[in-house]
Design a binder for this molecule. Structure first.
Ligand code: ZN
Ligand code: CU
Length: 480
């Protein structure tokens, strides 16, 4: 007779692969799943009755900016409370490592934290710091192109020369050796906009040998989105590496309704290359305040402003009216600032969310004093609003987009599925009540219906609260 530490019984198992649910139990020993389905014959230390609710692999948040937040707030409650057990950091070209700051922190690296928090000259030092911090959830990381540019270029409004590209490449290669998942870019931001396609192509070359991924916040998500996609595909083909398009969307009113064109381009490339994307389930985006996105037809909420903190929480239009200034001038005065742009059509967003190549990524901004609600609500919102209420896809598909699919795409070995020998990162939730409660007005409300979360077999969240357990680890890229 075998024994196990923990038996979660009387559950509906949604195993992360997309396969049909089944009734049974999951047995855990030493942080790993040792048996599932029919677990009779086990001597058990602790039994949890799942009362017929759904047990699935813990969710993987594929797109986060939790790089430094994970160190400052290792409880990671915005994520843990959603059933997330792994976050992927280093997206959109910005990462905490490897970084050497000489002058000021370039936009949008300021989204991650304050200058003094950027203290990891190598990727390996960052990985050690995550393990030392004892985070509740696991952390895996990409290396940001803009972070590398910051390290090696005297100014960011130009493309890198051959010597600088070599220097960036050797830093990327060292990070890949230390377990980085791949390279991210944020070509839309002014800190990387002047980088040529060739700069990124040459920089991305070490990805192939390492088995890393290329992820990109594309050069534009507006009018020229198809060209931007073509650029991403070209970089992926040159590097002979998988491509992931970050937070896929048609941004701005002039691009609304073009999701079918975008999907056609994606599907065409998928016939010959390995391409996927991530998406958050909201019709508004958020980042630093970008003057190029100021449009009188779009509602823009100001979430923070360095020179004018007193107006945070108001709409840009209200602030402009108050100051008696045109929109653009008011925006100029507010910067550096953060903003939420209500500039996405929900219909387009649903097309992207439902696409089989799409994974779920919150893109939450944990350092924002008035964050976009995606930080606290993304995963329950997909399960509640889009899966249960709108039947955009079955529950097995929703869970697959949050677990098995990203684990494969990012090479997170032995995670994302309920299988023997896999890590016991698990979430128990009620499919009938799971829902987001964070709103644009009240953005830090925890979700409902997430009942229990285990990380490496330790109960880390229960009854709406974090437990004492902090079992997260830094996760290195797994073997091909
Ligand atoms: Zn981005
Ligand atoms: Cu992002």
């Amino acid at each position: 007779m075998s024994s196990c530490d923990l038996l979660i019984q009387n559950v509906t198992i949604v195993d992360g692969s997309g396969a049909a649910p089944f009734q049974g139990a999951v047995a855990v020993e030493n942080g790993r799943i040792v048996s599932y389905g029919d677990t009779t014959g086990f001597t058990v230390h602790e039994v949890v009755d799942g009362e017929g609710k759904v047990l699935s692999p813990g969710f993987i948040d594929t797109h986060t900016h939790d790089d430094l937040y994970a160190l400052a707030s290792p409880q990671m409650l915005p994520k843990l409370s959603q059933g997330v057990t792994t976050v992927i950091v280093g997206n959109c070209g910005i990462s905490a490592a490897p970084v050497t700051l000489s002058g000021t922190l370039p936009d949008p690296m300021n989204l991650l934290g304050n200058p003094e928090e950027f203290r990891f000259k190598s990727f390996a030092e960052y990985a050690d710091a995550i393990n030392d911090a004892r985070t509740t959830v696991n952390v895996a990381a990409l290396v940001g192109h803009t972070a590398l540019r910051n390290n090696h270029l005297d100014r960011l409004d130009r493309t890198a020369n051959a010597r600088e590209i070599d220097a960036m490449r050797s830093q990327l290669a060292a990070a890949l050796d230390a377990g980085a998942l791949g390279l991210s870019t944020g070509l839309a931001y002014l800190s990387a906009y002047d980088a040529s396609t060739e700069e990124v192509m040459r920089l991305a070359e070490p990805l192939f040998e390492a088995g890393g991924i290329y992820t990109t916040h594309m050069r534009t998500e507006g009018h020229a989105i198809l060209d931007a996609m073509e650029e991403a595909f070209r970089i992926g083909r040159h590097a002979n590496s998988p491509v992931l398009i970050s937070h896929l969307k048609c941004a701005g009113l002039d691009t609304w309704g073009r999701s079918s064109e975008v999907v056609a381009s994606l599907d065409k490339e998928r016939e010959r290359s390995d391409v996927s994307c991530d998406c958050y389930p909201y019709s508004a985006g958020s980042s630093t305040l970008d003057l190029r996105q100021v449009d009188p037809r779009v509602r823009i909420q100001i979430t923070w402003s360095e020179p004018h903190p007193e107006v945070a929480g108001n709409d840009l239009q209200e602030i402009a009216d108050l100051w008696g200034l045109p929109l653009l001038e008011a925006a100029q005065r507010l910067r550096p600032a953060g903003a939420i742009y209500h500039s996405i059509s929900e219909d387009d967003m649903k097309v992207f969310l439902a696409h089989p190549a799409t994974m779920i990524g919150s893109d939450g901004l944990p350092r924002d004093p008035r964050p976009h609600p995606r930080l606290w609500g993304t995963f329950p919102r997909v399960l509640g609003r889009y899966c249960r209420e709108q039947a955009l896809f079955p529950l097995t598909t929703a869970v697959h987009k949050m677990t098995g699919l990203p684990a494969t795409r990012f090479r997170l070995a032995n995670r994302g599925l309920i299988r023997e020998g896999y890590r016991a990162d698990l979430v128990l939730f009620d499919p009938d009540t799971v829902a987001d409660r964070a709103t644009f007005e009240d953005p830090t409300q925890p979700s409902q219906g997430i009942l229990k979360v285990w990380v490496h077999g330790l109960l880390s969240f229960s009854e709406g609260q974090a437990t004492e357990a902090r079992a997260g680890r830094f996760i290195r890229r797994g073997l091909p």
